[in-house]
Design a binder for this molecule. Structure first.
Ligand code: GTP
Ligand code: MG
Length: 261
């Protein structure tokens, strides 16, 4: 998949840490851009691809992230969806409610802007924005470097908001404990059938924006059936970050995973 679209190649990226100073006042600190590892020359890639597992380097770094998160007793979640499915809105409310009892941190990825980090910055939650430039996904190295910039004292939950994309993030393990795929009612019921890999890799699927399902003529039962078809392993929760529906179940899931060693 990523070989076809070329997104398995390293690209330069940026990291900005946002600290909450006072309501409406954030201090931004831009970290020096890490140098990208040079891409394999095309001739090497032709012979190399048959021998070495695709994305092997990312998998190694992801394993290191996972060990690091576990050693810190950090529950790491990778939130993946198409653009605009409601990742940041859900996280903002999660920080305001669940996050008051349980300290959380966020690493958020977008191609450009620190808009999402600004929306998520809270006095009680450290946030780092990764700007991926041209990359359509976060990778394990970006996450490791983003996490390194954060003060994780007392943090129990690390939310990683991936770049909005239902395709390539499926191939990039970030070292997360739980992969959470969001499907919103504005996208249509058929997306699990059209984008199987990401749904097949999900531990949890959140059906989001259910407050507007009826107005959109969205068939929740059919959507759940399609999710079950592609992701029988996944826990499905129907939520609205606006009305609050399903959020108690979402928070209960987070709490239950905190106690897993
Ligand atoms: N009605 C309704 N709208 C929502 C809900 N959650 C998010 N939205 C709206 O959906 C739009 C996109 O929400 P975001 O939270 O920015 O989505 P996102 O997945 O973070 O988007 P990207 O980071 O750009 O991929 C915004 O206009 C939100 O107000 C919800 O539960 N109900
Ligand atoms: Mg967002």
């Amino acid at each position: 998949m990523c070989l076809e679209c070329g997104c398995d190649q390293p690209v330069p990226f940026g990291i900005k840490v946002l600290r909450f100073v006072a309501p409406g006042v954030l201090r931004a600190h831009t970290m020096p851009a890490p140098a990208a590892t040079p891409a394999e020359p095309p001739v090497a890639r032709k012979t190399f691809d048959l021998q070495v597992p695709l994305l092997a380097k990312n998998d190694q770094l992801a394993a290191r992230n996972r060990a690091n998160f576990r050693a810190r007793r950090l529950l790491a979640l990778n939130l993946v969806s198409s653009p605009g499915a409601g990742k940041t809105t859900l996280l903002a409310r999660t920080l305001d409610e669940f996050g008051l009892q349980t300290k959380c941190a966020v690493v958020v990825g977008d191609l450009e802007t620190d808009n999402d980090a600004r929306r998520l910055a809270r006095p009680h939650a450290p946030v780092a924005q990764i700007t991926t430039g041209t990359a359509c996904h976060l990778d394990a190295e970006m996450v490791a470097r983003g996490v390194d910039t954060l003060d994780l004292a007392g943090v129990r939950v690390l939310f990683i908001e991936n770049v909005g994309n239902l395709v390539c993030p499926a191939s990039f393990d970030l070292g997360e404990e739980l992969r959470v795929v969001l499907l919103s009612t504005t996208e249509g019921e058929d997306k699990p059938l059209k984008y199987p890999p990401i749904f097949k890799s999900a531990h949890v699927v959140l059906l989001t924006k259910v407050d507007v399902a009826d107005a959109l003529g969205f068939n929740r039962e059919l959507a759940v059936e399609n999710i079950r078809c592609m992701a029988p392993q996944a826990r499905i929760i129907q939520v609205s970050a606006r009305s609050g529906e399903g959020l108690a179940e979402w928070y209960a899931l987070l709490r239950s995973r905190l106690s897993v060693p």
